[in-house]
Design a binder for this molecule. Structure first.
Ligand SMILES: Cc1cc2nc3c(=O)[nH]c(=O)nc-3n(C[C@H](O)[C@H](O)[C@H](O)COP(=O)(O)OP(=O)(O)OC[C@H]3O[C@@H](n4cnc5c(N)ncnc54)[C@H](O)[C@@H]3O)c2cc1C
Length: 380
């Protein structure tokens, strides 16, 4: 790995200037919430909170003003996102749209799509989910079978997506489907903006290990969508999805999912932790500092229009490895047992312990990321 892949980035003053107002807003909106809620981090749902954030102008901040955005840099967005995650704010109602659906529409969408979707996303009024995975097509995404066929001036969609986070509460799904048969599986794929209220769509809840309904199966049976729903060019779906994944893998959510637990650990240890605890906390904090710098560096490169997909894979792999170790480290230091009906802190520990295995699955598995890194290093 050459360090030139991660040029040092310092947050500019105009980005840092956002930190205090965002913190003040979060103190006002979230003060006194139970730890378990903060532990849900970016899986926490609160449509009203997202609307309030939108009213502040803190969703879609990098997008053009004519589409409702703030024309700020990706580094300003970084500060907002970092503060939201550090506070464990319930952001999932706008998270996917802000992070990847909106940027995808901005880059590949038609003017009509931009006018319709982007301002509503910025107001925190339109929630999106990611329709990529299918049963037997997760890591091998290009093998998806959900099919769109031309039907007059429209498209008829049949098939099913699985593990779709939050689909039961979303308005739209950006859905990867096969639009033509091709001997090369990466070809013939396209993306559609699908209204989840359209006839023929069934959203079936799937319970995760924590008992929550965080994801779903979404079945499409003769769902008709108009030509206007196609995002970008027909057949260009693979290139579009790969660009989307770079946005999905490099943000601070890849190392701040357990932040509520780390904060609680540090608070409980107090200002004079014993030597063993100090070593553990020091180890966590030093890794967090490095991953943050790597993630910031990627944000700066994305801001310049680059596509650091390999570097994004480093951040997700390192970040999620740390995050999966954190519950065990906390458990090893604290005299408390994870318990779903115990005191608030024990519930937090139980929730994160149960949810942590998913960190290295969602957004691309550890093995797939390491394959991408190996290819990026030229050893595969
Ligand atoms: C909490 C959560 C939320 C999710 N949300 C969404 C969502 O909103 N939208 C969406 O589309 N998907 C979502 N997913 C699905 C996720 O992207 C897939 O689970 C993931 O890509 C893995 O696919 P899979 O489950 O089919 O496992 P598989 O691809 O079958 O993998 C099984 C195992 O085999 C390994 N493996 C597979 N291929 C290789 C290979 N070539 N080399 C080495 N090892 C390999 C994998 O690393 C893994 O360990 C979510 C998943 C989780 C856990």
């Amino acid at each position: 790995m050459t360090l030139s892949r991660f040029p040092l980035c310092t947050l500019p003053p105009e980005a840092e200037a956002l930190r205090e107002p965002v913190r003040a807003f979060l103190r006002q909106e979230l003060g006194g919430r139970p730890h378990t809620k903060a532990g849900k981090s970016w899986m926490g749902y609160d449509a009203e909170f997202s609307r309030k954030l939108g009213a502040k102008g803190w969703i879609g901040v990098t997008w053009p003003k004519r589409h409702g955005g703030g024309e700020m840099s990706a580094l300003s967005r970084y500060v907002i996102v970092e503060e939201l995650l550090a506070a464990g704010a319930p952001v999932i109602a706008h998270w996917i749209a802000d992070r990847q659906s909106g940027p995808l529409i901005l880059r590949y969408g038609t003017e009509a799509q931009k006018e319709f979707f982007l301002p509503a996303i910025c107001r925190g009024e339109m929630a999106f989910c990611i329709g990529m995975s299918e049963s037997d097509s997760g890591s091998d995404l290009a093998s998806i079978r959900t099919r769109a066929r031309r039907a007059g001036g429209a498209w008829r969609i049949n098939g099913a997506k699985i593990w779709t986070s939050n689909a039961h509460r979303c308005d739209y799904m950006i859905t990867l489907v096969r639009t033509s048969d091709s001997p090369e599986k990466h070809q013939g794929l396209s993306q559609f903006l699908i209204d989840l209220k359209a006839p023929g769509i069934t959203v079936r809840p799937i319970r995760d290990l924590t008992g929550d309904n965080s994801f779903n199966e979404v079945v499409f049976q003769d769902v008709l969508v108009s030509d206007d729903s196609l995002v970008g060019q027909e057949g260009n779906g693979w290139a579009q999805v790969v660009a989307e994944l770079a946005l999905e893998r490099s943000g601070p959510e890849r190392f701040l999912s357990c932040h509520a637990l780390v904060k609680e650990l540090i608070d409980r240890l107090g200002p004079k932790p014993d030597a063993r605890s100090a070593i553990v906390v020091g180890g966590i904090v030093s890794k967090l500092a490095v991953y943050r710098q790597m993630s910031l560096s990627i944000a700066a490169r994305l801001n310049k229009g680059e596509n650091p997909a390999t570097e994004a894979a480093y951040v997700k792999d390192l970040g999620t490895t740390l995050e999966q170790d954190i519950p065990e480290m906390v458990h090893g230091l604290m005299e408390s047992t994870p318990s779903l009906d115990g005191e608030d802190y024990e519930q937090l520990l139980a929730y994160i312990t149960q949810f942590a295995p998913s960190f290295s699955l969602r957004g691309g598995t550890r093995e797939i990321l390491r394959g991408i890194i190996a290819r990026g290093l030229g050893v595969r």
